[in-house]
Every structure is written in structure tokens, then in C-alpha cells.
Design a protein around this ligand. Structure first.
Ligand code: IPE
Ligand code: IPE
Ligand code: MG
Length: 244
């Protein structure tokens, strides 16, 4: 990364929260004559590279879409490889996170994950809870519609139990019941590999985010590419429905 990386962009123009739909592991593998698992492995390694780049750029929140509620539709072989890779990653990345000051979190429905993996997630979250250099969140078995559905169900239970009045349901209360309740909304959403869709990622939270699409496959997305996305973001005028 070049030395001017941080100084080139005024601090107030650096996004506080970057969310990434890391797409294209399979096409990357194909283009290099590798297997799909090799593509996923390269993609997982790149999360570490881009996390480091976020710390250098002064981006405090990074959220990555690792496995969607729809990804179970893939072959059993691919799903089981991806689950194994994520488990391995959650276990082995902890030492790196502790060294680099990275707080790890996972969003998504844990009830369908292997109990061993859930224990690993809870351990990672607990043991990195004091760290502040970067808030790194993995979306695993995450789907925005599923998240909103779970939130609505939880609120309905509270209303039924008399803890909440229907008139008390507002955006803040809904937000508080989402998996992302402790995270600020993303400022910048990046999707790699040329697809321009959300694929059920953070539908509520991205209401006013800036979108950035790149043709690059995720394993080839470099810190320089991140900087380019951030530079592009820094040049935009966000209005939030108001007038300048
Ligand atoms: C993204 O890469 C990783 C996951 C969705 C798990 P893909 O596996 O979707 O790669 P392509 O889209 O087939 O190239
Ligand atoms: C989105 O990628 C999900 C993740 C990156 C985990 P997909 O490759 O699954 O999305 P579609 O199927 O192309 O929309
Ligand atoms: Mg894909």
C-alpha cells in the first residue's frame, strides 16, 4: 500500500462502516484453472488483507457477507467445504484478531449452524470484545428478510407479553431487534465481480448507503482497490433526502 493512503483522503470523508458482498470466488478459481474450494480459500485469505487495509485507512467497521441464507441451495459438497472453511477461519483468526486489535462479531441465524461453530463464534466474540482497532463482522447464514422476520417475531412476543405497546414500535425499536443493533448503518457498500444486486444483504441498514460495484473478483480485490472505492465515496454528496 502506498504511503499516502491515509493522508490522501480527509478524515471526515472516510466511511465509518464499509460492508462488502464478497462475490466471485468461483469465477476467480475458474479463470485461474483452480477448483472452487481453492477460490473460496483465496477469498477467505483476502478478508484478512482487506481488514488490515481498513485499519490503515481508519475505517472502524467492516462487515463481510460470507454465507447467505440462500447459499444452502449449493451442492452439499460446496456447502460443507464453506462451513469447514468458516469454522477453521473463526478458530484460527482469533490470534490474529487479538494481535491486531480486531473485535469479531457474527450476524445471521445461528440456529442452523453446527453447535461447535456456534461455540467458536461465542468464544471469538467474548475474547475480542475489548478490542477497538476494527469491528469486523461476518454475516454467516445471514439473510436480511430472515433477520427482519426474526426481529418482527421477537417484537410480537414482547407485545404479547405486555412489555411493549404497538404504539411504541418505531425505527429505533426495530433497529434494536436486528442482528446489527450495535453497528452503525453502512456508509459504503461494495460488491465485487460485476454483479449489481443486494442478494438479501442488509436491506434495512443500507437505506442511505452509497453503492460501489467493481468487476474484480473478490480474491483479486486489493487494498488499492479498496482505496479507490473509498476515494470514489469521498467525492460523493450524500443528501439523506434533504437539500444542500
Ligand atoms: C462468493 O463467491 C462466496 C460465497 C457466496 C460463499 P461465489 O462462490 O458466489 O463465486 P461465483 O459468484 O460463483 O463466482
Ligand atoms: C451473495 O453472493 C452471498 C455472499 C456473498 C455470501 P451469491 O453469489 O450467493 O449471490 P447471487 O446468487 O449471485 O445473487
Ligand atoms: Mg456468487
Amino acid at each position: 500500500m502506498d504511503e499516502n493512503m491515509v493522508t490522501a483522503i480527509p478524515a471526515e470523508r472516510i466511511p465509518r462502516h464499509v460492508a462488502i458482498i464478497l462475490d466471485g470466488n468461483g469465477r476467480y478459481a475458474k479463470s485461474k484453472g483452480l477448483t472452487r474450494p481453492q477460490g473460496h480459500k483465496a477469498g477467505a485469505d483476502n478478508v484478512e488483507t482487506i481488514s488490515d487495509a481498513c485499519i490503515e485507512l481508519g475505517i472502524p467497521y467492516l462487515t463481510v457477507y460470507a454465507f447467505s441464507t440462500e447459499n444452502w441451495k449449493r451442492s452439499e459438497e460446496e456447502v460443507s467445504y464453506l462451513m469447514g472453511l468458516m469454522r477453521w477461519y473463526l478458530k484460527n483468526y482469533m490470534a490474529t484478531a487479538l494481535r491486531k486489535g480486531i473485535r469479531m462479531r457474527v450476524i445471521g441465524d445461528r440456529s442452523k449452524l453446527d453447535p461447535e461453530m456456534v461455540r467458536e463464534i461465542e468464544k471469538d466474540e467474548r475474547e475480542t470484545a475489548h478490542l477497538t482497532n476494527l469491528n469486523l463482522t461476518f454475516a454467516i447464514n445471514y439473510g436480511s428478510r430472515d433477520e427482519i422476520t426474526r426481529a418482527v417475531r421477537a417484537i410480537a412476543e414482547e407485545v404479547k407479553e405486555g412489555k411493549t405497546l404497538p404504539s411504541e414500535i418505531d425505527e429505533k425499536l426495530i433497529n434494536a431487534h436486528l442482528d446489527t443493533s450495535v453497528l452503525p448503518d453502512p456508509d459504503l457498500l461494495i460488491r465485487t465481480s460485476g454483479e449489481e444486486r443486494l442478494s438479501n444483504f442488509l436491506l434495512w441498514q443500507l437505506a442511505y448507503s452509497e453503492f460501489y460495484f467493481t468487476e474484480k473478483y473478490w480474491p483479486e480485490f486489493t487494498p488499492e482497490d479498496l482505496k479507490e472505492a473509498v476515494l470514489n465515496y469521498a467525492s460523493r454528496e450524500r443528501r439523506f433526502g434533504g437539500r444542500k
